[in-house]
Design a protein around this ligand. Structure first.
Ligand code: MTE
Length: 316
């Protein structure tokens, strides 16, 4: 089955959204706010968390398969973020006081032009756009999320990778005082992930700085996280402080902890089961019946060529 990436027109007769999308904020304006204050703190003084939860009305956002985006509430209340907790419902309150500003991202390694970006510079310098992507977690649940961000390729081009660079390594912030999960000796902190160079340069691969037109919530990986929609969710590393171009295949946290369960490639693949469960179907958050999982999460037209010569049951 092949799918176009372009979004399909909204057929409003088909949707009866509970909580839907109205408008998106201008991210350049948001960058100005961020630069001038600690705007990423969960609440401004005097506000309650309840009052600061954005409300959206209007036609539903659809992905390019015509599926409606999950609600803001769903996307921001059920999170995988082991630095805070292994319990998906516990992450949001535990991440409430995380300081996502000020923030810098170092881009280094095999590049002609290494650079450390302030987050406000990233928000302002690269063109922000909305991409409505499916996220398929390795635990067989999924969501549709309207991300805001820019392509990783646009940033990598700016630092000019050398011809030796074959992989990109990403690193999450290490702050055990703020992130109590990092006290756990069972995981090799900080969280790390990696992509092959051609995967990193693919137009689908985003550095996301927001969702539903709002700044990235702490629990979703504020202020900047990776989004690789054809791979299992664990590749989409949160709260990135370092991006390194290298000729070595990076170690990743999950591959280090359980190499037989979590491979380097981690392409969504309904025909290759996780050792402890099937990957053939998934539970879309908010739906009652399971749906069939699509090869490459439905993005095969854009990415299948990257793996043309590989046995994906070996390179899982
Ligand atoms: N990044 C870090 N630093 N720590 C994590 O525990 N979990 C991953 C990924 N990125 C994780 C992470 C997993 S398994 C998933 S499914 C997604 O984040 C979940 O992203 P979401 O909370 O925005 O849905």
């Amino acid at each position: 089955m092949s799918h176009r990436f372009k979004s399909v027109p909204v057929r409003s007769s088909e949707i009866t959204p509970k909580e839907v999308y109205l408008s998106r904020r201008d991210f350049i304006k948001a960058a100005g706010v961020l630069a001038g204050s600690a705007a990423l703190a969960a609440c401004a003084p005097g506000e309650t968390a309840e009052e600061s939860t954005p409300q959206f009305t209007g036609p539903a956002k659809l992905d390019e398969l015509g599926d409606p985006a999950n609600t803001y509430e769903e996307i921001t209340s059920y999170n995988n973020y082991y630095e805070f907790s292994a319990n998906k419902e516990a992450v949001k309150p535990l991440a409430e006081n995380f300081n996502a500003a000020p923030w810098t991202v170092e881009v280094t390694g095999m590049v002609a032009n290494p650079k450390t970006y302030g987050i406000e510079d990233l928000l302002a310098r690269f063109t922000q756009e909305e991409r409505i992507y499916r996220l398929r977690c390795v635990e067989a649940w999924s969501m549709v999320i309207p991300w805001m961000g820019f392509t990783l390729a646009s940033l990598l081009k700016e630092v000019e990778p050398t011809s030796d660079a074959k992989y990109v390594r990403f690193e999450t912030v290490y702050r055990p005082e703020e992130m109590k999960g990092q006290g756990s000796p069972f995981y090799p902190w900080p969280y790390q992930e990696g992509l092959r160079m051609d995967e990193a340069m693919n137009d689908l691969t985003l550095l996301a700085t927001g969702l539903y037109g709002e700044m990235m919530p702490n629990q979703n990986g504020a202020p900047i996280r990776l989004v690789v929609p054809w791979k299992y969710g664990f590749k989409s590393i949160k709260s990135i402080v370092k991006i390194e171009l290298t000729d070595q295949k990076p170690n990743t946290l999950w591959n280090t902890v359980a190499p037989n369960e979590y491979g380097f490639y981690a392409n969504v693949n309904p025909t290759v089961d996780h050792p402890r469960w099937s990957q053939a179907s998934e539970r879309r958050i908010g739906e009652l019946t399971r749906r069939a999982t699509l090869m490459f999460n439905g993005y095969g037209e854009q990415v299948a060529d990257l793996y043309a010569d590989m046995d994906l049951s070996l390179f899982y």
